[in-house]
Design a protein around this ligand. Structure first.
Ligand SMILES: [Zn+2]
Length: 316
């Protein structure tokens, strides 16, 4: 993009299925203002939701003490596929949006150019610039959440692939004729290792018979930490399949670092450590050289997609 070097201030917007996070950033990625709003009741209608997001963005800009024309770039991260020009959304299943043009809603920011990106790629770029991926040549950042997505940054640029679908590690085949996946196929990594998959499997335990159903993967991790055998086995299976997927990613791309982000990335003992051991044991040995290759958690936490989206003008 031609704007590199000309951006003084940008807005990074992470549009999730339940929340939108807006950050006003300077050219170094320093966060001047952070604003969060609930969009669950609004996301059903994309035009109304985008108008709401524009209004919240304008409020964040005011809060930062800037006039709207000082914003040179607006980057939006979405949970879905955006068009190759980065101007509209092709399909965002968790929002229920299809073929949505975003640019018309942001005309009020007269000087800003607009960029859309899939949220996992935004998170990867945020970690590359300001988080645990700093200084890497090849970085893979895997976000574990409802699904599993990944962003790949190579020599400072986000890698998109020929059909703009690079990084779909959640649909990497890890077991032939395995568990059903939301994509319609079976045996995909995210059917084993996503938060949704862990919750779904735990809900089938006999002991819940008639009792309150489990809501979040973190509850399974809590049970596992308390020594519950079924929970430990379930978490171990999720880690094994995740490790298997990462081995294949590492062997293909030879990254300096694989970063794990998303709600489960803080589970060092139960998840990251066994995954790291699995990868070190099974990946091509020269690709995981000691002291050079790293498998670590994300540093920016929930801010990663927001910060990355606001800075993607540097990596497109
Ligand atoms: Zn799938």
């Amino acid at each position: 993009m031609s704007h590199e070097g000309q951006v003084s201030f940008s807005a990074g917007i992470d549009v999730g299925a339940s929340k939108v996070r807006i950050g006003i950033l300077d050219s170094e990625g320093r966060l001047l203002v952070r604003r969060t709003a609930d969009i669950r009741d609004r996301r059903g209608e994309s035009a109304a939701a985008l108008e709401f997001i524009r209004g919240e963005t304008a409020a964040a800009v005011r809060e930062a003490g800037l006039p709207p024309e000082k914003i040179d770039f607006i980057g939006l991260g979405f949970p879905g596929t955006v068009d190759e020009a980065g101007q509209s959304i092709d399909f965002a299943p968790n929002l229920g949006w299809r073929n949505v043009a975003v640019a018309p809603h942001f005309r009020g920011f007269s000087r800003a150019s607009l960029g859309l990106i899939q949220d996992a790629r935004a998170a990867a770029f945020g970690e590359y610039l300001l988080g645990s991926g700093r200084g890497t040549r090849v970085l893979v950042c895997i976000t574990l959440g409802t699904g599993i997505g990944a962003g790949i940054v190579m020599d400072g640029r986000i890698y998109h692939g020929s059909f703009n679908t690079a990084g779909e590690v959640g649909h990497m085949l890890v077991e032939e004729d395995g568990l059903a996946c939301a994509c319609g196929r079976s045996g995909c990594l995210e059917a084993y290792s996503s938060g949704t998959a862990i919750v779904k499997a735990a809900r089938q335990w006999k002991r819940w018979n008639g009792g309150p159903a489990l809501q979040e993967a973190v509850e399974v991790f809590r049970l596992a930490a308390d020594g519950d055998a079924e929970a430990r086995a379930l978490v171990a299976r999720a880690g094994r399949f995740l490790g298997l997927g990462i081995v294949n990613v590492v062997n293909l791309l030879s990254p300096d670092a694989v970063i794990i982000s998303g709600g489960m990335c803080g589970q060092e003992e139960l998840l990251l450590s066994p995954v790291r051991q699995y990868v070190l044991a099974h990946a091509y040995a020269l690709s995981v050289r000691e002291g050079r290759f790293r498998l670590v958690r994300a540093e920016l936490g929930e801010d990663a997609p927001m910060i990355g989206a606001g800075m993607i003008y540097r990596g497109l």
